[in-house]
Design a protein around this ligand. Sequence first.
Ligand code: SAM
Length: 265
Amino acid sequence: MKTIIIKNSKIDKQNKILKKIYLLFRYIFNKYIKKISNPKYYPYYYDGIATTHNCSFINNENFLRSYNRGKKAHGLDYEMPFRAHQSIWCANNTFELDGDFVEFGTGKGFTMTCVLESLKKWNSSEKKLWLFDTFKPEIVDQDGKQDGEKKCKFYAENLQSVKKNFEEWNNVNFIEGKLPNTFKDILEDKKIKNISFLHIDLNFPTIEFECLEYAWPIISKGGIVLFDDYAYKGFEKSYKLMNNFAKKVNKLILTTPSGQGILIK
Ligand SMILES: C[S@@+](CC[C@H](N)C(=O)[O-])C[C@H]1O[C@@H](n2cnc3c(N)ncnc32)[C@H](O)[C@@H]1O
């Protein structure tokens, strides 16, 4: 079975010999060494998912261009193709619906640059994207404060650098500050009337839950909420809170192997 190499990834950029050595090492490792805990060799093995099933989306031209655009914004070679694939899927299936795109927790913009790059008609449409974040690099502590000294390499350096990552797209709005208050203000001003795609990725379950409660009434019928952390290891609180919410509104959240959850209104 052939290992899937993501085009333009660090490995893909190596010369032929180094690539072959890597592939050989990976093959031996997965087939013989990992076999101690894993019964099979998996050609797809990224970001907590291993599968032998068809993952040919990885070499789809639109996916690759979008994924590489996301990686460019992120600036790191952190491989998470399934998460990107599912975000692209949600965005493409809600693009024609009435309503804006919203993201709670943008960081440097990996997911949303990936999504916008995948939508060829974005710049000729009226659709708006609203990005909510503090746009600060510091780690958020248990009380939700983000003023310590420790930084997270996945978070934004500042608002200006994130704006640069979205330069080529129209109708992108950056809302800087702490959620849920920033979102409540926007709702009060009626700047967002309805939402067709909502991506929630704050890594902070209680605030995510509050934001979802505020957003749900204006999600369009058929609109999609994508939770980045829903079933992710270590985010059991998020799983519980979001399931409670779904029960309240008579819906079920789809658990996906990437840890993301999908809720359709
Ligand atoms: C995991 S990162 C988002 C990653 C991003 N979705 C991506 O695709 O790369 C989480 C983000 O949530 C932001 N955040 C956490 N709590 C927040 C709050 N209460 N208000 C606004 N932003 C918050 C952090 O600043 C951080 O940028």
